[in-house]
Ligand binder design. Structure first.
Ligand code: ADP
Ligand code: ASP
Ligand code: MG
Length: 413
């Protein structure tokens, strides 16, 4: 018999009916003799609702108090699921992150898991109880409630699976696996049977929210077998694999396309062409805890440059304020900002051994008359920044160009 950690996301526990459906699925696994630790998200929309409440009271909510507030969402669903299981004659016990003791650092709103106590869970499992744990939350050394960042229940699931040495961590969500791109944007997207950790890591960090990036990092580091499946239908889902063999076999050039609307750019116009400028600008941005993504500096004829970089859209206001403070010091003429941009990325380990992917990508965008504002590449990905208006068009055109569209023979449903 196996030990499974199953994580159910917001839509999968979005109503009492959905929670009953999860309870049915969990009971089936339990009756088949498996040991189960269940990790739950809050009901869909609940975390957003709580954050909006906080903002009504305090424009920039106090980070510690925000965690006390948003962690309540998960406490509701774990209790309801446990009741639904008990009703079915299965012994179940729910625990908050603090009760399990998911110990994190003290970075409120984006805490990192440091350690998980497994003794209590193991005792429950030995007594054939189903353990139901609140995702997304932990507790720091001082006993403060912390949360792990949006989408953090995925990371709770994988971290518990690693700590308990589970046979598999199963992420149940509202789509039946990892697709070539977001199936809600591209109906022709195809489910992937397998995807490598490396690719999944890129997809997650480039905007595919199906798995939180930290959960993929964790799974890679501790070699946790990880699968994404649907809580609405049966099916094999997508296995995230460490399989090196897969890489040596024939690879598609591009495995998936990720996109992100969470982008904004800042341009310093007329920056003198001399050493130290980039560090004078980007140093204070880093100190303000603002993450910079793509950076481009133009070569100019008249000894002055334009320096452009992108930040998360939520950070634009703060980043602009920082840049305005150093504007005079670096001798730049003005600062321009734009938040109507988006990032589109091709991801695939197959790119490593093939040249010409970028050229093909740029040709497709040119044909669609989409202007590329910035470009950045690594071994297994190419990202471009474009006008947000053309995002869907770009993703769809690239999806077709790189042979990712579902063939008619693929759709059995
Ligand atoms: P949950 O609430 O279960 O955690 P999320 O909304 O966080 O679910 O993640 C699932 C969603 O991720 C899907 O509904 C889908 O729209 C989106 N998504 C984005 N990119 C992909 C992809 N490549 N494959 C599958 N889903 C994707
Ligand atoms: N409820 C949290 C969120 O909405 C965590 C999660 O669902 O993974 O971000
Ligand atoms: Mg999620």
């Amino acid at each position: 018999m196996s030990l499974f950690v199953q994580k159910y996301g917001g839509t999968s526990v979005g109503s009492v009916e959905r929670i009953e459906a999860v309870a049915d699925r969990v009971s089936r696994f339990h009756r088949d003799g498996h040991d189960l630790v269940i990790v739950l998200s809050a009901m869909s929309g609940e975390t957003n609702r709580l954050i909006a409440l906080a903002k009504q009271v305090q424009e920039q909510p106090n980070p510690r108090e925000l965690d006390v507030l948003v962690s309540t969402g998960e406490q509701v669903t774990i209790a309801l699921l446990s009741m639904a299981l008990i009703k079915r004659g299965i012994e179940a016990r729910s625990y908050t992150g603090g009760q399990v003791r998911v110990v994190t650092d003290s970075a409120f709103n984006k805490a990192r898991i440091q350690h998980i106590d497994v003794e209590h869970m193991q005792a429950d499992l030995a007594a054939r109880r189903v353990v139901v744990v609140a995702g997304f939350q932990g507790v720091d050394q001082a006993g403060n409630i912390t949360t792990l960042g949006r989408g953090g229940s995925d990371t709770t699931g994988v971290a518990l699976a690693a700590a308990l040495k589970a046979d598999e961590c199963q992420i149940y969500t509202d789509v039946d696996g990892v697709y070539t791109t977001d199936p809600r944007m591209v109906p022709k997207a195809r489910r992937l049977e397998k995807v490598t950790f490396e690719e999944m890591l890129e997809m997650a960090s480039l905007g595919s929210k199906v798995l939180q990036i930290r959960s993929v990092e964790f799974a890679g580091k501790y070699k946790v077998p990880l699968r994404v499946l649907s809580s609405f239908q049966e099916g094999p889902g997508t296995l995230i694999t460490l399989d090196e063999e897969q890489e040596s076999m024939e690879q598609p050039l591009v495995s998936g396309i990720a996109y992100s609307r969470d982008e904004a750019k800042i341009t310093l116009v007329g920056v003198p062409d001399m050493p130290g400028v980039a560090s004078k600008v980007l140093g204070p941005i880093g100190e303000a805890n603002i993450e910079v993504d793509v950076i481009v500096q133009n070569v100019a004829a008249n000894n002055s440059n334009d320096l452009t970089f992108t930040v998360g859209r939520n950070d634009l206001g703060r980043a602009k304020a920082v840049v305005q403070r150093v504007l005079a010091e670096v001798g730049a003429e003005e600062v321009l900002t734009a938040d109507n941009i988006a990032k589109v990325s091709l991801v695939g380990v197959g790119m490593r051994s093939h040249a010409g992917v970028a050229a093909r990508m740029f040709a497709v965008l040119a044909k669609e008359n989409i202007n590329i504002q910035m470009i950045t590449t690594s071994e297994i990905k190419i990202s471009v920044i474009i006008d947000e208006r053309y995002l869907e068009l770009a993703v769809r055109a690239l999806h077709t160009e790189f042979d990712l569209d579902k063939k008619d023979s693929d759709s059995i449903e």
